[in-house]
Design a protein around this ligand. Structure first.
Ligand code: ZN
Length: 463
């Protein structure tokens, strides 16, 4: 969108956010919800209506804790802070972003005081992305990952550089082929190009994704297409019918959503079975392609320390999240100050991942999330990774011969399992409850570490 319209756009957005919030928390609306949920009436509702109304009541109860003028102040500050971050990153100068970040942290602390959940202050932020998840549970899980994954990274780090070349045209063809195998049909779905790949749903019959084709990183388009396809399959299979346009027709958390994208991108897309299926297709699309299947498998599973989260591999990615989790919790606790962040970031980076950024651009300024007020968001990436590994083992339990299905590009049964056990519930339950129903337990980082150890140390895909 036009760059110079930013100030106007942020005014428009903050006005709309405020209006939406006012409607949501209006006494009129609340009276109707209370009327529907009183003892006499709730009995008379159909099961489906009751699920919707009770869910809505929870959402509105939470929204009513926050004053409308706060929403306006926050969204205005976020819009300005985002554009300051963009400039700061371009010039690699943290000082440009600092006053905005300070303000956002203050506003987020104010937000926590309105929501006021039990336990750690961070719970108030976490709950917006991962309802029901608590700092008290996440902290030990992340400490465990920090220890285990650092060791794994030491063992697996590779110096090998494999060179792979694919024309943009071939990349595009491969993206379209994999979408066909994943069953994404044009009557409800489309794919376009953008700088940063994303998924958006306009309705459950209109889900769109984007991808990007990079000459210097030829398989990144395939993986980002598979990643976004995972989000899209979820969106397309959310509750419809009576639940259409209701609060139920959505994912219960970002972590569960991310588990679906990571499932297709990493668990399937970086597996050996997948490449037995996809390598011949790749050879057909680009006959002069030189690397063999072993090379490709090693190439897509190269483990290497990197400064940038979005370029990280399956193992070290989560260490990048641990780093952000530690910093943002201390920031919100007021134990550290925003002005010290570049130094704190670099220190921690060296401690956890073993390399030190040379500039703010590849350090503290690399992600936009904090500039848009998304504190409590980062953990959902790792929660998604953990959940996706747990789903893999549940799938292996329920589907006979899963590997040979993947080797033949037959993803139907796997997709059906995900729809049946996860997608179709929408927001009827929390993520933890959905995971308990299909995998027998909630978040379990040990399963994820076991998946990585089996895959990378023993090249085994069973538990
Ligand atoms: Zn994603």
């Amino acid at each position: 969108m036009p760059k110079r319209a930013l100030a106007d756009r942020s005014l428009q957005i903050s006005l709309l956010s405020k209006r939406l919030h006012e409607i949501l928390i209006s006494d009129d609306f609340w009276r109707n919800i209370e009327f529907l949920t009183n003892e006499r009436n709730i009995e008379r509702l159909s099961e489906e209506d009751r699920i919707v109304v009770e869910r809505l009541k929870k959402d509105v109860e939470k929204a009513r804790k926050i004053p409308a003028d706060f929403i306006e102040r926050l969204s205005k500050a976020e819009a300005l802070s985002y554009s300051a971050w963009e400039i700061a990153k371009k010039r690699s100068k943290f000082d440009i972003f600092l006053p905005h970040l300070k303000e956002i942290v203050e506003l987020k602390r104010e937000y926590c005081s309105y929501i006021n959940l039990e336990g750690h202050i961070y719970n108030n932020l976490l709950d917006d992305y991962e309802e029901g998840m608590r700092y008290e549970k996440l902290k030990p899980a992340f400490e465990y990952l920090r220890e285990k994954l650092s060791k794994l990274l030491d063992k697996l780090e590779s110096e090998e550089r494999i060179n792979i070349k694919l024309s943009v045209r071939s990349q595009e063809r491969l993206s379209h082929i994999i979408l066909r195998y994943l069953g994404l049909k044009k009557d409800r779905f489309r794919i376009d190009l953008s700088e940063h790949p994303f998924t958006t749903r306009l309705s459950t019959f209109d889900v769109r994704i984007t991808t990007r084709y990079l000459k210097e990183n030829p398989l990144s388009s395939l993986f980002s297409t598979m990643h976004e396809a995972g989000h899209a399959i979820y969106e397309l299979n959310l509750p419809k019918g009576k639940f259409r346009y209701t609060v139920i027709s959505d994912a219960p958390s970002l972590g569960l959503h991310e588990s679906q994208s990571r499932f297709w991108e990493n668990i399937i897309g970086r597996s050996y079975s997948f490449w037995r299926f996809f390598y011949p297709i790749l050879k057909k699309v680009e006959p002069r392609f030189e690397a063999d299947i072993e090379d490709i498998y090693r190439y897509v599973n190269t483990i290497r320390r990197s400064l940038i989260r979005t370029e990280a591999d399956e193992v070290s990615y989560n260490l990048h999240i641990v780093l952000r989790f530690e910093i943002e919790t201390e920031l919100i606790e007021n134990r550290i100050e925003a002005k010290d962040l570049p130094e704190i970031w670099n220190e921690k980076m060296e401690e956890i991942i073993g390399i030190r950024p040379k500039s703010d651009r590849e350090g503290i300024l690399q992600d936009m999330h904090w500039s848009t007020g998304d504190f409590g968001y980062f953990p959902s990436y790792t929660i998604g990774n953990i959940y996706s590994a747990q789903q893999l083992y549940a799938l292996r339990r329920d589907i006979e011969d899963m590997d040979s299905k993947v080797e033949h590009g037959d993803f139907n049964e796997i997709k059906d399992w995900l729809v049946r056990n996860i997608h179709r519930y929408g927001r009827m339950y929390t993520s933890e409850d959905i995971m308990k129903m299909c995998c027998g337990e909630g978040l379990n980082p040990q399963i994820f570490v076991r998946y990585l150890e089996n895959k990378f140390l023993q090249r085994k895909f069973t538990i």
